[in-house]
Design a protein around this ligand. Structure first.
Ligand SMILES: C[S@@+](CC[C@H](N)C(=O)[O-])C[C@H]1O[C@@H](n2cnc3c(N)ncnc32)[C@H](O)[C@@H]1O
Length: 267
């Protein structure tokens, strides 16, 4: 059995290395994409929000502009330091950042109105445990939202994409199929109210650069994507334009209402 401490170390190494690039890249801080996620949760201005695996706080800052209070947690210190520094430059003091493992959230049961997690599920060894924690800290009737990349519903095509994603970034465990994500959310007593699909076109060179994938691994990834372009192997529809290689990430935002308490009774 793999040691969970090894994976935690891999995640910390990856996001310490990527912290400042991740904070700057517009593809990740795009206000339109963050706004779409926020609107999907229909937040009330009085809401207390938890952003799980907040990184440099892109989503947390977005919620803080429209909600009373936001807490952002992450397992990696480097992006949290960037988030904290940015927070200190703001005039309002309604965000708090802290270090925590998403699988063991240091918060009381039912202490948030909205619990959200973006672009982190594919880094988790146990997404079901994290969803259980997200549901636990959300009040009954509150909102849980997960946004992430999703892979093909066809297992071989899903494996092909997860293979090149893992080679690019060893902290990538497995992007889920949209149907798997919906099932995991439902299993935790969260009634799905909205599912939104999207796509993000990735420039392969920039995407490898963000993860700082070393050669020759980066070359293997490029070759896998080129083969995919020829033989349609993953559903990510790679293509070349002006000498640059691209592929398309599929994304899903899954939003639900927490309807079941920890004891399993419907409320
Ligand atoms: C791709 S970044 C996403 C950051 C942010 N959610 C966003 O959308 O901009 C993934 C983040 O997940 C964090 N992470 C991965 N596993 C975690 C865990 N078990 N607990 C808390 N954070 C975790 C990483 O440290 C990293 O900051």
């Amino acid at each position: 059995m793999p040691d969970p401490a090894d994976h935690e170390r891999t995640v910390r190494e990856a996001f310490t290395k990527q912290a400042s690039d991740y904070a700057e890249r517009s593809v990740l801080s795009d206000p339109e994409k963050i706004g779409r996620l926020i609107r999907a949760t229909e937040p009330s201005s009085k809401a207390r929000v938890l952003d799980v695996a907040t990184g440099p706080g892109h989503v947390a800052f977005g919620f803080a502009a429209v909600c009373d209070e936001v807490v952002g947690v992450d397992i990696t210190r480097a992006p949290l330091e960037i988030a904290t520094e940015r927070n200190q430059q703001r005039s309002s003091a309604n965000i708090h950042f802290g270090q925590a493992d998403a699988g063991n959230l240091p918060f009381a049961t039912a202490s948030f109105d909205i619990v959200v997690c973006r672009l982190a599920f594919h880094h988790l060894e146990n997404p079901s445990l994290v969803l259980r924690e997200m549901a636990r800290v959300c009040r009954t009737g509150g909102t849980v939202a997960v946004a992430d990349i999703v892979v093909s519903e066809f297992p071989e095509r899903a494996s092909y994409q997860n293979r090149f994603e893992r080679l690019r970034d060893p902290s990538h465990v497995r992007a889920l199929q949209r149907s798997e994500l919906l099932a995991l959310v439902t299993e935790q007593g969260i009634e799905i109210t909205d599912v939104r699909s999207g796509t993000v076109v990735q420039n392969v060179a920039q995407w490898l650069d963000l993860a700082q994938t070393p050669e020759p691994r980066a070359d293997t990834v490029r070759k896998l994507i080129e083969a995919d372009a020829k033989h349609d192997l993953s559903g990510t529809r790679p293509f070349s334009e002006d000498g640059e290689l691209y592929f398309t990430h599929r994304t899903a935002i899954v939003v639900g209402r927490r309807v079941r308490s920890e004891s399993g009774t419907t409320e």
